[in-house]
Write a protein that binds this ligand. Structure first.
Ligand code: GLP
Length: 250
């Protein structure tokens, strides 16, 4: 880890080109790890930004001569709402992953895990998640979106850069963005910024004007806990996948 490392910034003219480049890059990176005889460990995101990514990845995976080998992937989701009940289950990231990714694969991934939003003891669940990641070999590649307030996973403004997987309270701006203010959840369990920084490689994806301020704060403004994504500067292998709108202020 180096302080203030320069990220790679890739700008794309259109969303499709961005998502195909992301899937291509991921294919190359994961295949390199597989060629070394290992099963890549991935930290996977949710969010509207990621819907086309999962669609293109599942299409690629289902092609006959595909190079994308998800059957070797070990997948950990970044975060999950807490607590989950019967009523709010459809809005969970567990449901999102099934709906957009896992249920479309013709070959299952080698391993999949998401924080259990029904756990009685969230602290124990979070600690166990960290242990499991280590048991599986540590995160090779973390794929992240970014919130309009600069959050990554559910590390809201104010999060410590060395934070680990834990229970957090969601920011009002996040609740508004994700549920238009509906009171479905107030908390979530999330990998910490320190957990994310332990990944060997990080991809961050942002599209649209509403992400431009967060992208600028993350990449260009003074590093601050008020923009959790600015902590990514402490990592030496970060690639930003941006469209013109999201990158208009940098
Ligand atoms: C979510 C997730 C993040 C995601 C962000 C942006 O709630 N916890 O992992 O990157 O908010 O979401 P969207 O892509 O819908 O803008």
């Amino acid at each position: 880890m180096t302080l203030s490392a320069k990220p790679q910034i890739w700008r794309f003219d259109n969303a499709n080109a961005l998502y195909y480049a992301l899937v291509d890059t991921l294919t190359t990176s994961t295949n390199q790890i597989i060629a070394e005889g290992k099963r890549p460990v991935l930290a996977l995101p949710t969010g509207n930004t990621m819907v086309p990514f999962y669609r293109i990845a599942t299409e690629a995976q289902n092609q006959k001569d595909t190079k994308l080998n998800v059957s070797q992937w070990q997948c950990f989701n970044l975060d999950e709402y807490y607590p989950i009940t019967e009523a709010n289950q459809p809005y969970t990231f567990d449901s999102f992953m099934d709906q957009h990714f896992y249920s479309h694969l013709n070959e299952p991934v080698a391993f999949r895990k998401i924080l259990n939003g029904r756990a009685r003891d969230p602290l124990q669940e979070c600690n166990r998640y960290e242990e499991l990641i280590q048991e599986r070999g540590g995160i090779d590649i973390a794929i992240l979106g970014i919130g309009t307030n600069g959050h990554i996973a559910f590390n809201e403004p104010g999060s410590e850069f060395d934070s680990r997987t834990r229970l957090v309270e969601l920011h009002p701006q996040t609740l508004m963005a994700n549920f238009q203010g509906q009171a479905l959840f107030t908390h979530a369990m999330t990998m910490g910024i320190g957990t994310l920084l332990s990944a060997k490689q990080i991809f961050v994806v942002a599209l649209g004007k509403n992400k431009a301020n967060a992208v600028k704060a993350a990449i260009q403004d003074v590093e601050s806990r008020m923009c959790p994504a600015s902590g990514l500067r402490r990592h030496s292998n970060v690639t930003w996948f941006l469209d013109q709108d999201a990158s208009q202020l940098i």
